[in-house]
Design a protein around this ligand. Structure first.
Ligand SMILES: Cc1cc2nc3c(=O)[nH]c(=O)nc-3n(C[C@H](O)[C@H](O)[C@H](O)COP(=O)(O)O)c2cc1C
Length: 209
């Protein structure tokens, strides 16, 4: 049974804040569309020290996601810093706990997108975004990139790809999300929100017929 008001789950991991900043920009895009809201959630770090335990509630920022956030969302925006050209382990670890949702087809026909931050311009944004899409396809989600009608895709000198929003943080990880990158995050949020509402309606009609 889904919750009354449709929401886009913006699920991300961020260690130094860049991906978290992008997540808030996507949320602003989502919330500019009437009838749907954004729900920001993160995941705990993982540690090679098996005894390490994070507090149940993070000291700051979004709270940790649980499977119900995914079960009840109308869309998913998945955000991760690039780690060696791939998503960060804490996010992958969380996705690896979603087998029960896969068994029940809980995410089938829900739209999804991905976003990432790297330190360098050619440090693997595309490979990260494309590999983040793979588990979402296994779940039966409908992947949405960013169309070239968003003109910042052509004018950006840093982040921004048709596979999803991206950001270049620089070698010190301190370069803010710039105007083009921010516009593309928000555009991706708006697009996902519109697709979420359309597919939410479609799923409701299908289940009642
Ligand atoms: C283990 C590790 C691997 C990384 N691999 C890459 C990489 O492949 N390419 C890149 O450009 N940046 C890489 N980075 C840098 C981060 O992607 C970058 O600092 C990002 O902006 C961090 O996002 P956050 O502020 O949300 O944590 C790596 C960082 C770490 C800690």
């Amino acid at each position: 049974m889904s919750e009354a008001k449709p929401f886009v789950l913006i699920l991300y991991y961020s260690r130094s804040g860049a991906t978290a900043d992008m997540a808030r920009q996507l949320a602003a895009g989502v919330e500019s569309i009437p009838g749907i809201e954004a729900r920001l959630r993160t995941v705990p770090s993982v540690s090679p020290t098996c005894e390490a335990v994070d507090p149940e509630i993070p000291a700051e920022g979004a709270v940790y996601a649980d499977l119900n956030d995914l079960r009840h969302c109308s869309a998913l925006a998945l955000g991760s810093p690039t780690r060696f050209g791939n998503m960060a382990a804490p996010l992958k670890f969380f996705l690896d706990t979603t087998s029960s949702l896969w068994m029940n087809g809980a995410l089938i026909d829900k739209p999804a997108c991905a976003f990432t931050s790297t330190s360098s311009l050619h440090g693997g944004q595309e490979s990260t975004l494309l590999t983040m899409l793979v588990p979402l396809l296994h779940h039966g989600m409908v992947y949405a990139g960013i169309p070239y009608s968003e003109t910042e895709l052509l004018s950006t000198q840093h982040g921004g790809t048709p596979y999803g929003a991206s950001h270049v943080a620089g070698t010190r990880s301190d370069r803010p999300v710039d105007e083009h990158e921010r516009a593309l995050c928000q555009a991706q949020g708006r697009r996902l929100a519109k697709l979420a509402l359309a597919l939410h309606k479609m799923r409701q009609e299908t289940s009642s017929s």
